[in-house]
Ligand binder design. Structure first.
Ligand SMILES: [Zn+2]
Length: 275
C-alpha cells in the first residue's frame, strides 16, 4: 500500500492505494482528510448516517466521485452479513442501495463500487484479467460470516474469475492493537477460523486483560482459503482507532464520528493522476 495525494478541482485528498492493484483500476481507501465537514465529522465524512449536515456529506461524496473518476459509485445497504450484490447493466443507484448486501461487485468497466466503514474492514478485490472488481465490508460479524470468501466465490461462478488473477487489498480498520473482544467473539473466531490462533490472529494483550482479535489476518486467511495467493494480498496495516488525526473510528469516538469509504472501478480510460 502507499498513500497518494489527489489534487483536483480545488481540493486535496489523500488516498491509500494498493501497489498490487494495477493502475487501470482507480481505487482507494479514504482517510478523514480532504473534505468539508465540521467536527466531529471532520472532514471527509462520506456517510450520511450519524448526523452530519447533508450538504457537507454531498460535497464529500462529490469529491469521492472525482477521485474515482466516475459520476456515480454503487453502494449497498450494509448489514454485517455475507450477501453480495452484483451490479447489472442499467442498474440505478437506488436499486443497488436497496440491496441488503455487504459486498458490491462490478462486472463491467466503468462500474464503480464502494463500501462505507468506520472500524470495520474494507476489502477491495480486482480481477486483473477480466476487469471485474468488488468492494467488501467485513466487520467482525461479516468476517465470521465469510463475506470475503462468499464474494470471491460469486465472482468465480458468475463472472468466470480465476483466483490466479485476483488481487485483494485489505484497508485501514480497527487493528489487533485496539480490537479488544469478549469470549463470545473469541469462540466465534475459533469456530470460523481453525487456523486463527496458529496465524496469530488471537492476541494476548501485553498488559493482560481481554483478548484482541486481528481482523486483517482473518480476512487474509479467508482470501487464502478461497485460493488467492499470499503475495496477491495487500494489507494496509493501519488502525483506525489508534490514529485519530487520520481516521474515523466508531468505537473510539463512541459513535460520534464520520465514515470512511473504499472504492474501486476498472476505468474506461487510464487514470489522470499519478499512481
Ligand atoms: Zn490500534
Amino acid at each position: 500500500m502507499r498513500e497518494v495525494l489527489l489534487s483536483e478541482a480545488g481540493f486535496e485528498m489523500p488516498l491509500i492505494r494498493s501497489t498490487l492493484i494495477p493502475d487501470e483500476f482507480r481505487h482507494g481507501f479514504t482517510t478523514r482528510l480532504g473534505g468539508v465537514s465540521a467536527p466531529p465529522f471532520d472532514s471527509l465524512n462520506v456517510g450520511g448516517k450519524w448526523g452530519d449536515r447533508p450538504d457537507h456529506v454531498a460535497e464529500n461524496q462529490r469529491r469521492l466521485r472525482i477521485a474515482a473518476g466516475v459520476d456515480r459509485i454503487f453502494f449497498g445497504t450494509q448489514v454485517h452479513g455475507r450477501e453480495s450484490t452484483l451490479v447489472p447493466a442499467g442498474a440505478t443507484l437506488e436499486e443497488i442501495a436497496a440491496a441488503r448486501a455487504d459486498a458490491v461487485i462490478g462486472g463491467a468497466p466503468g462500474t464503480a463500487v464502494g463500501v462505507y466503514v468506520a472500524d470495520c474492514v474494507p476489502v477491495l478485490i480486482a480481477d486483473v484479467r477480466s476487469g471485474a472488481c468488488a468492494a467488501v465490508h467485513a466487520g467482525w460479524r461479516g468476517t465470521m460470516a465469510g463475506v470475503l470468501s462468499a464474494t470471491l466465490q460469486r465472482m468465480v461462478t458468475e463472472l468466470g474469475t480465476r483466483m490466479s488473477d485476483v488481487r485483494v487489498a485489505i484497508g485501514p480498520s480497527i487493528g489487533p492493537c485496539c480490537f479488544e473482544v469478549g469470549p463470545e467473539v473469541v469462540s466465534a473466531v475459533d469456530t470460523a477460523f481453525p487456523a486463527a490462533r496458529a496465524a496469530g490472529a488471537v492476541v494476548e494483550p501485553v498488559a493482560g486483560g481481554r483478548l484482541h482479535v486481528d481482523l486483517w489476518t482473518l480476512n487474509r486467511l479467508a482470501a487464502e482459503s478461497t485460493g488467492v495467493a499470499t503475495d496477491a494480498i495487500d494489507v494496509a496495516g493501519a488502525c483506525t482507532s489508534c490514529n485519530p488525526s487520520r481516521f474515523f473510528s466508531y468505537r473510539r469516538d463512541r459513535g460520534m464520528t464520520g465514515q470512511l469509504a473504499a472504492f474501486i472501478v476498472r476505468a474506461r480510460e487510464p487514470p489522470s493522476f499519478a499512481a
